[in-house]
Ligand binder design. Structure first.
Ligand SMILES: CC(C)(COP(=O)(O)OP(=O)(O)OC[C@H]1O[C@@H](n2cnc3c(N)ncnc32)[C@H](O)[C@@H]1OP(=O)(O)O)[C@@H](O)C(=O)NCCC(=O)NCCS
Length: 370
C-alpha cells in the first residue's frame, strides 16, 4: 500500500453534479461560461439539486421556498450575540450552522424528502446568518430577510438595510454562480465523508464549512485582499511579489490542484473586477491584480484561480474582507447539499487506508521504566 500525498489524481467517487474534465467546468453538463453569463444563482441551485434547469414555475417555486425559509431561529441569533468579540467569521458561521440542527425538529430524519427540505433551509438561512453576524458584531440589530428577494439581493439588503443597486446584485449573483460547485474539492469531500457515515445533513455542511475555512481552500480570497492591502499601490507590486517568489512564499489566489492551464472561473471574475473598478472610480485593486498576475504567471507559470479576482470584486461591493469566505460558503452550500443528497442516494461508508510509516515490533514499557 502506497499513499498518494493529498490524494492527488485519486478518483474517490462517481458523481453526476459537476465536472472539470480537460480544464472545462460544467454543472450538470452545462459549461460554466454559459451559466455565468446567462443563469441566476437560484437557477443554478435548482440545476445542482434536481439535475435540470427549472422552467418558470419551478424556478418561482424554489425562489419562494428559499425566501420562506430565510429566517433564522431566534435562539440562533441570541447565541450569535453571545459570541466573543472579534471572533473568526468562518468559525462563527460553522458554529451557527451547527446549532441550526438543534432547532430543526426533522434534523435527524433521513428520508429523501426531509433531506431536500433541509437543503432548502440551509441554503436559505446561511445568508441570513452571515449578514446577522456582521451586524451583531458592529452593535447593530439583524435585519429580517425581505420576502421574495433573490439570495444575492437579500444578502446585500440584510447587510446594510438599504436596497442594493442592480449592478451590485448582478455582480454578487454571478459570483455565487461561479462558486456554486466544483467537483470533489476539499470541503465537498469533507461533506461526503461525514454523511457517508449516515450522519445528518447539518453535520455534513458543518464539516464542509470547517474545511472551506482554510487558506489553501476558501480562505484564499481573504488572504488575497490582505496581500493587496499590504502592497498598497501598484508601484510596490513588483518588489513585493518578487521578494515573495524568491523566498518561495506562496502567492494566494494562484495555482490549482487540477487546473494547470488556468481556472475557467477566473476570467469572469477578472472582467467583473475591472467593470466594478471603473464604476466605483477605484481601479487600484484591479490594476495591482493585473500586475501581480503578469509577474506570477510570467515567472512561475501559475494562473489565477477563482479566489484571486473575487477579492477585488467583493471589495468593490464594499463587503468586509472577512466576509469573503462566508460568501463562498453561501454559494457552495448549493453544491455541498447536492453532493450530500447524491451520497445518500447511493451510499457506502468512505473509509480509505493509510500507509503505515511508524515503528514496528515495539515492546510495551511499564510506566515506571520509561
Ligand atoms: C491551490 C493549491 C493549494 C494547490 O496545491 P497543490 O496541488 O498541492 O500544489 P503544490 O502546493 O504542491 O504546488 C506545486 C508547486 O507550485 C508552487 N506553487 C503552487 N501554488 C503556488 C502559489 N500560489 N504561489 C507560488 N508558488 C506556488 C509550489 O510551491 C510547488 O512548487 P515546488 O514544486 O517548487 O515545491 C496551491 O496552488 C496553493 O497553495 N495556492 C495558493 C492558495 C490558493 O489560492 N488556494 C485557493 C485554491 S482555489
Amino acid at each position: 500500500m502506497t499513499a498518494t500525498k493529498g490524494l492527488e489524481g485519486i478518483v474517490a467517487t462517481t458523481s453526476s453534479i459537476s465536472s472539470i474534465i480537460d480544464g472545462v467546468l460544467t454543472y450538470r453538463g452545462i459549461n460554466i461560461d454559459d451559466l455565468a453569463e446567462k443563469a441566476t444563482f437560484e437557477e443554478v441551485v435548482y440545476l445542482l439539486w434536481y439535475g435540470k434547469l427549472p422552467n418558470r414555475s419551478e424556478l418561482a417555486g424554489l425562489v419562494k421556498d428559499l425566501s420562506d425559509n430565510a429566517s433564522v431561529p431566534a435562539e440562533v441569533l441570541s447565541q450569535i450575540k453571545l459570541y466573543p468579540q472579534n471572533v473568526n467569521t468562518m468559525a462563527a458561521l460553522r458554529t451557527a450552522v451547527s446549532s441550526l440542527a438543534l432547532y430543526d425538529a426533522e434534523a435527524n430524519d433521513m428520508t429523501p424528502e426531509s433531506n431536500l427540505r433541509k437543503a432548502i433551509k440551509l441554503q436559505a438561512k446561511l445568508p441570513t446568518i452571515v449578514a446577522a453576524f456582521d451586524r451583531i458584531r458592529k452593535g447593530q440589530e439583524p435585519i429580517a430577510p425581505k420576502q421574495g428577494a433573490s439570495i444575492a439581493e437579500n444578502f446585500l439588503y440584510m447587510l446594510t438595510g438599504k436596497d442594493p443597486e442592480k449592478i451590485a446584485i448582478e455582480a454578487l449573483d454571478k459570483a455565487l454562480v461561479l462558486h456554486a460547485d466544483h467537483e470533489l474539492n476539499a470541503s465537498t469531500f469533507a461533506a461526503r465523508v461525514t454523511v457517508a457515515t449516515l450522519s445528518d445533513i447539518y453535520s455534513g455542511v458543518t464539516s464542509a464549512i470547517g474545511a472551506l475555512k482554510g487558506p489553501l481552500h476558501g480562505g484564499a480570497n481573504e488572504a488575497v485582499m490582505a496581500m493587496l492591502e499590504e502592497i498598497g499601490t501598484a508601484d510596490n507590486v513588483s518588489s513585493y511579489i518578487n521578494e515573495k517568489l524568491e523566498n518561495k512564499v506562496k502567492i494566494m489566489g494562484f495555482g490549482h490542484r487540477v487546473y494547470k492551464n488556468g481556472d475557467p472561473r477566473a476570467k469572469h471574475l477578472q472582467k467583473m473586477s475591472q467593470e466594478l473598478g471603473k464604476l466605483t472610480g477605484n481601479m487600484n485593486w484591479y490594476d495591482m491584480s493585473i500586475q501581480i498576475e503578469e509577474i506570477v504567471t510570467g515567472q512561475k507559470g501559475l494562473k489565477p484561480n477563482v479566489d484571486f479576482y473575487s477579492a477585488s470584486v467583493y471589495t468593490s461591493l464594499e463587503i468586509p474582507r472577512d466576509l469573503f469566505t462566508p460568501i463562498f460558503a453561501i454559494s457552495r452550500t448549493s453544491g455541498w447539499t447536492a453532493h450530500i443528497l447524491e451520497q445518500y442516494e447511493n451510499n457506502r461508508l468512505i473509509r480509505p487506508r493509510a500507509e503505515y510509516t511508524g515503528p514496528s515490533h515495539q515492546a510495551y514499557v511499564p510506566i515506571d521504566n520509561r
